[in-house]
Design a binder for this molecule. Sequence first.
Ligand code: FAD
Ligand code: NAP
Length: 545
Amino acid sequence: MTAEHTGSDVDVVVIGAGVAGMYAMHRMRADGLTVRGFEAGPDVGGTWQFNRYPGARCDVESVDYSYSFSDELQQEWDWSERYATQPEILRYLEHVAERFDLRSGFRFDTRVTAMDFDEATARWTVRTDAGHEVTARHVVLATGSLSQVNLPDIPGLDDFDGRILHTGAWPRDGVDLAGKRVGVIGTGSSGIQSIPVIAGQAAHLTVFQRTPNFSVPANNHPIDDQTRAEHKAGYAERRYKSFRSGGGSPFLPNPKSALEVSAAEREAEFEHYWAKGGVLFGKTFADQMSDIRANDLAREFAEAKIRAVVNDPETADKLIPTDHPIGTKRIVTDSGYFQTYNRDNVDLIDLRATPIDRIEAGGIRVGGELVELDVLVFATGFDAITGAAERIDIRGRGGALLRDEWADGPRAHLGLMVDGFPNMYLVSGPFGPGVLANMVLGSELHVNWIADAIAALDTRGRATIEPTAQAVDDWLTHCAELGAKTLFPRANSWYMGANIEGKPRLFMLYAGGFGRYREVLCEVAADGYPGFELAPAPQESAAAR
Ligand code: FAD
Ligand code: NAP
């Protein structure tokens, strides 16, 4: 069925119409299930609907950062650049929505506010801010790991007379920054991507930097016809490799240790991987993310690159990260970022040296001085991984509230399911690979596992699937052990929950590699779901007693 299912009882509710929710709608319908979708935003696209800031692009190559489930789709879509812009990615997702008639399954501008599991019927009741009340056997939370924007509570924010923007909620009709004095707070991926473009548009730009970040030039370029034809002919192999790789794209890290090669070879390898661009620099040596000595060598190389392009040595000092090993926060993929600070119309304020006093009507007061601004851009990121799910009042068995259960840190077996919350599935949730891998393929992997689990229940005449508490505990321990073998826990990153005040601090991702993770999911499904309880409908189990 492809038309909107309007009944109030469905097999599956899908929350969110980003990359993951769109594919969930498609796959579940293809499996013959009745599906209702709800999306808080005005249309499909998720991340790519909301992050319309100047300079927004993917940092995984477009040819890889795209759906693999339909070869017709792969063959008919032409990517124009190595790293596509936000408008192009959104056009692609709109095309997918049209092609597979996905919009008809979603209610847009509709936020799910609550969902309750009824143990007597083994069904979820899902409620929205538009008054819908739908019951479903299964609920897929495709609510996004980077969808809940973080607007820091800086004193005086409400006093500002100018325009306040957040990169993750950029106005649909765009913003004219010409002639404006603009301030950007935040130098993560969103800040670093937008700053060079904003500098070119605005009369003056002041960057308020709390922590500098590592960034590697994208080496972006248009895709010519021959390369495009090669991509299309090579999709099968590309996807095969991607699903078996560490990061969900068809690139393997150099297997050598940075410590075992000569200085000359090391330098040459760093140059080689630097030229590949962006996050691929993280693959220069096998031990770069696990041995601080190897990481220090990569860090020193990156530092020299920053110094080589920033004219003023004091500014370069401010731009060089000293608080975290390179790669433990996402390495940004930039287009002319560090060079932006050579422009006459750009100032950098180091908030560690001179913190913000307060925001006032005319701008931001820093170290006693007012920086006058017309527009203030928050590039301050997201309440990541758990934020969107925790904003919904989700009540599982015994009325337990998910956000209370997660108060000391989230729980999720295989990054997919939570004990006490049967038939509720997280896509790109905590303790999956998340953003450590290409998230389009990650979404497909999760949705396929979920659809297969639903089919397995139906085949066996079971009503619910739920992980055991022991399985969740074991998976969390496994993820913590994998994380401890890496340098990730050394950074105050959003992977650690460290960007949000009061959020429990723990490494919330699976660091064992995308390929290995996929194997684990396949093994669990093939072995009949060990670690999960597959239970009959409550009335059937009562009758059997
Ligand atoms: P989202 O795209 O975030 O979609 C979730 C949807 O759920 C949203 O539309 C939201 O409105 C909706 N929603 C949330 N709560 C509710 C609710 N209660 N009720 C109804 N609807 C709700 N990843 C990569 O792998 N490569 C990249 O290059 C890359 N670039 C990125 C660039 C930016 C600027 C950002 C912010 C992220 C990037 N990511 C990248 C990560 C990106 O989030 C994922 O790749 C992917 O788009 C996530 O898709 P999703 O469907 O899981 O979540
Ligand atoms: P982010 O990485 O969390 O960066 C947020 C920035 O805001 C940091 O520099 C942070 O400083 C700063 N900040 C937060 N609160 C602040 C405060 N109160 N005062 C001053 N500064 C503050 O968020 P993001 O840049 O939006 O990126 C999030 C993720 O989205 C990325 O890691 C990536 O996965 C994805 N993304 C990808 C791309 C891409 O290239 N394709 C682009 C954008 C986003 P601290 O470091 O000190 O906390």
